[in-house]
Design a protein around this ligand. Sequence first.
Ligand SMILES: [Zn+2]
Length: 104
Amino acid sequence: MYDFLRKRHCVRGHEYTPANTYVMKSGHRQCKTCKRALNRRDRDLSVNPPLRRKVQFNGRTQTITEWARELGINRTTLFFRFNNGWSIERALTTPPPDAGQEEG
Ligand SMILES: [Zn+2]
């Protein structure tokens, strides 16, 4: 029996519909939904600094988490700033936003 007929879902449970199936030269099928998710994750990693990324500032190197703790800025806020292309200096020296005030 053909593999195609035997397995109807990928390992993550997405259905192998013709539209959702990518067939490689080797004959193996790949779920397009998973493939897309993988590509997106790779792209995100190149943009979003991973949790352990070290940031050098004022002659010291710490992770973003450590800077957040030291500066009293929400870690999520710092990640948000880096993800939006803020410079290290601006991200670390801008005071935390007041409650209810939009950042940007
Ligand atoms: Zn899948």
